[in-house]
Design a protein around this ligand. Structure first.
Ligand code: SF4
Length: 383
């Protein structure tokens, strides 16, 4: 496996939170819920390419990994062997248990627009150790799902400067950079420290810029005291209980994600909900209503709350369906083309979405209920 392969993210300029208070002066004592750490992933195998050793952040990652009792295997070159198993299931299991410390492919330095989430996509890693049966990475990444973390973080962050001032998507938020397109940051942060460094980098970057990332994990305590100056929006990827308990293996419990959202909101971060993938499961208004009520409960009394929602319905492509059925052969995830509308995405790729009437019903409900149950919440987009 070639580790250098390339594969098929609101804030005002002033260093203040949206409330106008200095974000890092919030007093959390007595207000924050207990920070319950998410389940922390410990890879069974960690490898590093020779080039990764040349980068200070690569060596920092190695030190973190070794401090957790895991040996780092130094590769001779950029090829990783020993991941393929006798069956697809075995290859999947081995890959999902492997962390590779690598240098990012050069193509990643030319940032790509990432609608509708942000102006630009910036990758600090790719791959994720969790096991969501609808995982969107299935249609984006190729080959066994090894998690790769980037040793050249400092160069990646330094390379963002030319993009400041290029905001197109939501100019009021500054230029936005999405840093969770191909991974889940909090699933890996205890092993890398990459997103803490990124938060501090944006915190010190005195321009109208915003770092964004979304997560299904809850281990946020290390972020609460960082000098973020309101330039990072952390969104929590959430769903109604029937979806999250059935399809999101290896992630943090919904309750813990919501406690984590409150903790970061109290620490002055702009926060958000990524409600995805929205599925019209039986009694979906009841289940999604419960979710919104829980968000209202955890955000109650947060001073200067800056909360957004991104609403994404379930969709799949022929390719992602194939990959997901290979990974989760017994999944009960509905991926029936005959019940869907066929649409063409960017570059002509086919995708299957809910029929127009269903989409309109779902959208109308979310817009109405978010306005009613979470009036402080701004919807950024529906798709
Ligand atoms: Fe995929 Fe996100 Fe689930 Fe990780 S947490 S398996 S990236 S959907």
């Amino acid at each position: 496996m070639d580790l250098t392969r390339t594969l098929a993210p609101d804030v005002p300029a002033a260093p203040h939170s949206a409330s106008g208070e200095r974000a890092d002066l919030h007093d959390l004592s007595g207000l924050a819920p207990p920070a319950r750490p998410a389940r922390r992933w410990l890879p069974r195998r960690v490898v590093a390419t020779p080039a990764a050793y040349e980068h200070p952040h690569g060596r920092r990652i190695m030190a973190r990994v070794e401090a957790q009792g895991i040996e780092v295997e130094r590769l001779r070159g950029n090829r990783l062997t020993g991941v393929r198993g006798a069956t697809d299931r075995e290859t999947y299991a081995r890959a999902k248990a492997t962390l590779a410390i690598v240098v990012s492919p050069p193509s990643r330095r030319r940032l790509q627009p990432i609608a509708p989430s942000a102006d630009w996509r910036v990758d600090l890693a790719e791959g994720c150790p969790a096991h969501c049966q609808y995982c969107y990475l299935a249609g984006s990444l190729s080959g066994p799902p090894v998690t790769r973390v980037y040793a050249d973080l400092d160069d990646i962050l330094a390379g963002l400067a030319p993009y400041a001032g290029t905001a197109k998507r939501r100019p009021g938020e500054g230029t936005t950079f999405e840093a969770s397109c191909y991974t889940d940051p909090l699933a890996l942060e205890h092993l890398t420290g990459s997103w803490q460094r990124a938060v501090e980098f944006f915190g010190a970057w005195d321009e109208a810029v915003q770092l964004r990332w979304t997560t299904k994990f809850a281990d946020v305590a290390p972020f609460a005291g960082l000098p973020h100056t309101g330039r990072t929006r952390v969104r929590f990827s959430v769903n109604c209980l029937p979806v999250t308990t059935r399809f999101e293996g290896g992630t943090a419990r919904l309750e813990d994600r919501l406690d984590a959202l409150r903790l970061l909101a109290l620490a002055g971060y702009p926060v958000g909900l990524t409600i995805a993938p929205i599925m019209p499961v039986p009694d979906w208004p009841g289940h999604y209503g419960h979710l919104l009520d829980e968000v209202a409960r955890v955000t109650e009394g947060v001073p200067g709350l800056d909360l957004t929602a991104e609403l994404i319905t379930h969709r799949f492509t022929p390719g992602s369906k194939d990959v997901l059925l290979g990974w989760y052969p017994r999944t009960r995830l509905e991926m029936d083309e005959s019940t869907r509308d066929r649409k063409h995405g960017r570059f002509g790729a086919v995708k299957y979405v809910y029929p127009q009437a269903e989409m309109a019903r779902l959208r109308a409900w979310f817009e109405q209920e978010l306005a009613r149950r979470l009036p402080a919440c701004r919807i950024l987009y529906w798709t």
